[in-house]
Design a protein. Structure first.
Length: 160
């Protein structure tokens, strides 16, 4: 038979089933491949073919550095605001939040939730701290992200 390059199916099969023979390129193989392609196309259509997203990590880093300069350094070192914000941000990837909300709003919301969880207060000015960092965010946007995150935690709790 002619040489065929290794397929993801064969590689996956051999990785998880050590010692198994490579998949034969028979009718079943091509049906499986076509099924996967159809599933991928369905997912792409659902995403509107927008598969490149901007991640909120760079925004959270910038926001953390900005907020840290506003907080008493002893209060900052006593509370794991940064660690909690990063953990909340990572959890946002377990759902569809990264395609439902802007990266800036996700970053602000995770920082907002972490600060409120630890009772860390920031100086009050003409604008809220989150409006200074991200002009187009509203309190409703922040609460929408937090609500989605809490729903995600609730869903995971029900599964366990």
């Amino acid at each position: 038979s002619p040489f065929s390059p290794p397929s993801p199916f064969s590689s996956h099969l051999r990785y998880f089933n050590k010692g198994s023979a490579p998949l034969e390129c028979d009718k079943e193989f091509w049906e499986l491949r076509d099924s996967v392609v159809q599933c991928e196309l369905l997912i792409l259509r659902q995403l509107g073919f927008h598969v490149s997203i901007e991640h909120p990590h760079k925004y959270l880093l910038h926001f953390l550095l900005s907020v840290k300069s506003l907080v008493n350094r002893h209060a900052w070192s006593r509370t794991p605001v940064a660690e909690t914000s990063w953990a909340l941000l990572r959890d946002c990837y377990h759902g569809n939040m990264s395609i439902r909300h802007t990266p800036q709003h996700i970053a602000i919301a995770t920082l907002y939730l972490a600060l409120n969880s630890y009772g860390v207060e920031l100086p009050v000015g003409e604008k809220e701290w989150w409006q200074v960092l991200c002009e187009n965010v509203t309190e409703a946007d922040i609460h929408a992200v937090i609500s989605d995150l809490l729903k995600l935690y609730d869903m995971e709790a029900k599964c366990v």
